[in-house]
Design a protein around this ligand. Structure first.
Ligand code: SAH
Length: 241
């Protein structure tokens, strides 16, 4: 099952070990660590128990962009619902079948934030949608490894459910394709001097959120890239290269 669990900047080695154990018990085996504070670490190994192999095999990278390379569906996790302003929010139970369905075509990812502050806005920009674990509104922030456990458990339960036969004709576009689309959109916005009169700014990021939510497939990304290329040519008054 090509499902990556990505821990962004985990600060406590014990949590990394406990997350590895939570994953392995549920059959989720791909652990990615983005800039962990300490790795490897004896405390992580101790808490991983018989999941130390998964810890040893973890892929360690510097940025979230590297960790989501190739992923067609990236779901962030958030303890706070206010981030839901811009992204569709699902429970782990709703997210699990979506992840399994998309995983048929290639890697997918669930992204977890650092213990004290969670995921940053820049991290959320990399996500197609969010998972929020319903919790006590007075205290919604679970321990990192326990959040990992709940999402992994729901994946386990969903694996036992009958899966729809139909597959996508065209696979969803991987994360790096969306990066290129967003960069291209940025060029077009600049070339046509399209500014945000309604205020708020960050137009490029707002388009990135729209594209992220849309779950674009590869053909759709190509179509949009083609349109943007044509707009650039017109805007620059040149011939198409
Ligand atoms: N104060 C931080 C809490 C971070 S807890 C915040 O408000 O975001 C560390 C990580 O555990 C989070 O980034 C998320 O990945 C996960 N987590 C904790 N509670 C969660 C919840 N209720 N729903 C989804 N993920 C949660």
């Amino acid at each position: 099952m090509p499902i990556r669990f990505i821990l962004v900047a985990p600060s406590h080695p014990g949590n990394v070990g406990a997350a590895a154990r939570a994953m392995k018990t549920m059959g989720v085996e791909e652990l990615w660590l983005v800039a962990p504070a300490q790795y490897p670490h004896p405390e992580a190994t101790a808490l991983a128990s018989s999941a130390a192999d998964l810890l040893d095999r973890a892929t360690v990278v510097d940025t979230l962009s590297e960790a989501v390379q190739g992923c067609t569906l990236v779901l962030g996790t958030s303890a706070r619902l206010r981030t839901a302003l811009y992204w569709p929010v699902m429970t782990p139970r709703e997210a699990a079948p979506k992840l399994l369905e998309a995983a048929v075509d290639g890697p997918v990812a669930v992204v977890f934030g650092t213990e004290r502050t969670g995921l940053t806005n820049a991290d959320f920009e990399r996500c197609n949608a969010l998972i929020h674990i319903p919790a006590n509104p007075a205290y919604e922030s679970l321990n990192l490894s326990q959040a990992v456990q709940i999402v992994a458990y729901e994946l386990r339960c969903a694996m036992a459910l009958p899966r729809p036969e139909a597959r996508r004709l065209v696979p969803l576009a991987p994360a790096e394709e969306l990066d290129r689309l967003n960069a291209h959109m940025g060029q077009v916005l600049a070339a046509v001097a399209f500014t945000d009169r309604a205020g708020g700014g960050h137009l490029e990021r707002r388009f990135a959120r729209i594209f992220g939510r849309a779950e674009l497939d590869c053909h759709e990304v190509n179509m949009l890239r083609g349109l943007l290329a044509s707009v650039l040519v017109k805007a620059r008054g040149g011939a198409e290269s």
